[in-house]
Design a protein around this ligand. Structure first.
Ligand code: FES
Length: 185
């Protein structure tokens, strides 16, 4: 039913659309309806691509490759353009984030100041790689571009909170503090 709706809505009945709507998460009716609503609302608005991607990120939580391809087909925009926007802005992710995000600034000052050692420490503790989320969905590790506090390098941003002049020894207590929130609740 929804296959026909999506195809009919946008006049796209090609093989690619048919294959796409059977890929996760587009095979989830509620998610695809949500994306369809966003596309319908903004597809004809000038500069709508950014608004659409923002809305998808906010409402769905990520913009995976199948979602990018779906948006590409509907907007008749090359998927490479969409992928370029998604990878340029750190707000966008291609996978779901955990409840808390730990971002490591990779700007020059922070990089020179030792960001990589901080990342390594966090990766060791959580047993995941940067860009991944812990299996319990609590913490995502990410790198980001300069956050504008270079004098505080190296900088780590936990959710909205910034921590400066960090050393690797400060990473374990930082992560403990995040996890403590779960014990307290
Ligand atoms: S380089 Fe990290 S805050 Fe500017």
């Amino acid at each position: 039913m929804m296959d026909q709706v999506s195809e009919h809505l946008y006049g796209l009945s090609g093989q690619s659309m048919h294959e796409l709507i059977h890929k996760f998460p587009l095979d989830q009716t509620d998610i695809r309806e949500n994306i369809d609503n966003i596309l319908q609302e903004y597809k004809d608005v000038p500069g709508g691509l950014m608004v659409i991607l923002n809305e998808i990120q906010s409402q769905i939580g990520y913009i995976s490759r199948p979602i990018q391809e779906y948006v590409s087909l509907v907007l008749n925009t090359p998927v490479s353009t969409i992928a370029g926007v998604v990878s340029f802005y750190s707000f966008f992710t291609t996978e779901p984030r955990g409840d808390h995000t730990v971002k490591f600034c990779m700007g020059t000052a922070c990089y020179v100041g030792g960001t990589q050692q901080l990342i390594r420490k966090a990766e060791q503790i959580l047993n995941i790689q940067s860009g991944e989320t812990t299996p319990d969905n609590r913490i995502t590790l990410e790198v980001c571009r300069c956050v504008g506090s270079c004098s505080q390098a190296p900088v780590v941003v936990v959710d909205e909170q910034m921590y400066g002049r960090l050393r690797p020894s400060k990473i374990p207590p930082l992560i403990r503090d995040i996890l403590k929130k779960y014990e307290d609740s």
